[in-house]
Design a protein around this ligand. Structure first.
Ligand code: NDP
Ligand code: GDR
Length: 379
């Protein structure tokens, strides 16, 4: 039985990856941080008592700031594969906490790589690199595009990218960088823009929230569906040679388009008035035949406003992946469209908020056989 260690197992990607590796027959170990409240909600459904003979998921306390514990864990587990997903992963927050972000997101990677080297084990290493590293470089971006980071987070990821390449070249470690573009899901953290939008929409429909406050509506991102992206992480570590890959959909949309698509799916058409910080999203019409609680909304209601606090000191305007290499070398390509992704997330947040989902998103997941999301919808 192969063993994998996942840092960041409690996050969006870590939880999907753990499910995926368990489904492939792996014994999965995860690094978790001690917190005063439970932080394992995303993996509770796959966790069973480690005393049970069938247990294959094991959790270990540790932190990316604690080298000694990283060496201890790696030496004791002797994993065949390490997926390094742990990070301070929020770009806006990295402007507030630049030093901490550098410590965890950049140096944390060195600590983990050093733990591998010092423990003397033979393993394969995946580094969660990011499209944010391309920053101000114009789209489409591929493996040869110049890095031009626009935040402390992106700068930390550039460091982590290069230190991973260095351990590959200096010590012959089988180490890969997956340069992943934005990927979302019902498990996306609530403060990232897609989930913030779908969750607020559900809350507005349920009468629990009046308005959604957003920052820059014009930024464009290449948004894909997270469960598909963790499969690519695994594929990279199964290849004959270690290499770095761009992973995305090849299509980009603005934050504004995401808002319009989500609200329209729920039967609400939005009209934009004003510009800059005065811009407002106003209900221009309501479809009448949808079985949702939209009676609390009226045409003319202001549902979206701009709050400058969500602007970034330096923004990344446009990311769009060129995934030629991933397609040609690993045969990977995305299966979920932007339209489907939005519907999957809206349906989930409606269900979570106690509303009846519209259903097209759930249908997509069932038809395409995403075992991962069945769990979310059956909760
Ligand atoms: P999340 O923010 O959902 O998860 C981050 C994980 O890192 C959590 O498990 C968190 O633990 C853990 N973590 C944070 N700080 C520490 C620390 N000091 N020590 C140990 N663990 C820590 O991120 P995603 O799942 O979305 O992303 C996974 C990785 O991929 C990240 O490195 C991210 O930067 C990168 N990435 C993500 C993309 C995306 O679109 N999602 C795109 C490209 C790259 P806790 O639950 O306790 O907070
Ligand atoms: P990003 O994701 O910064 O691309 O990083 P996020 O969803 O935070 O922002 C995307 C774009 O939306 C704009 N925006 C807002 N963003 C947030 N969070 N909140 C708002 O209210 C808001 N209004 C507009 C942002 O300015 C930005 O342009 C994500 C993370 O997962 C990183 O870890 C990962 O590396 C990259 O994706 C690829």
């Amino acid at each position: 039985m192969k063993k994998a260690l996942i840092t960041g197992i409690t996050g969006q990607d870590g939880s999907y990856l753990a499910e995926f590796l368990l489904s492939k027959g792996y014994e999965v170990h995860g690094l978790i941080r001690r917190a005063s409240t439970f932080n394992t909600q995303r993996i509770d459904h796959i966790y069973i008592d480690p005393h049970m003979p069938e247990a294959r998921l094991f959790l270990h306390y540790g932190d990316l700031s604690d080298s000694g514990q990283l060496v201890h864990i790696i030496y004791n587990i002797q994993p065949d594969e390490i997926y390094h997903l742990g990070a301070q992963s929020h770009v806006r927050v990295s402007f507030d906490m630049p030093e901490y972000t550098g410590d965890i997101t950049a140096l944390g990677t060195t600590r983990l790589l050093e733990a591998v080297r010092r423990s003397g084990i033979k393993t394969r290493f995946y580094q969660a690199s990011s499209s944010e590293m391309f920053g101000a470089s114009p789209p489409p971006q591929n493996e040869k595009t110049l890095f031009y980071p626009r935040s402390p987070y992106a700068a930390a990821k550039v460091y982590a990218y290069w230190v991973t390449v260095n351990y590959r070249e200096a010590y012959g470690l089988f180490a890969c960088n997956g340069i992943l573009f934005n990927h979302e899901s019902p498990r996306r953290g609530e403060t990232f823009v897609t989930r913030k939008i779908t969750r607020a929409l559900a809350h507005i429909l349920a009468g629990k929230q009046k308005k959604l406050y957003l920052g820059n509506l014009n930024a464009k991102r290449d948004w894909g569906f997270a469960p598909e992206y963790v499969e690519m992480m695994w594929l990279m570590l199964q290849a004959d040679e270690p290499d770095d890959y761009v992973v995305g959909t090849g299509e980009s949309h603005s934050v504004r388009e995401f808002v319009e698509k989500a609200f329209s799916y729920a039967g609400i058409e939005i009209e934009w008035k004003g510009s800059g910080t005065d811009e407002k999203g106003i209900v221009s019409s309501l479809k009448e035949n949808l079985d949702i609680e939209q009676r609390i909304l009226n045409t003319g209601d202001v549902v979206i406003e701009i709050d400058p606090r969500y602007f970034r000191p330096t923004e990344v305007e446009h990311l769009e992946a060129d995934i030629t290499k991933a397609k040609n070398k690993l045969g990977w390509q995305p299966r979920t469209t932007f339209d489907e992704l939005v519907k999957i997330m809206v349906d989930y947040d409606m269900k979570f908020t106690g509303l009846k989902p519209i259903g097209e998103g759930i249908k997509t997941c069932m038809e395409k056989g995403f075992c991962y999301t069945n769990h979310e919808y059956s909760k």
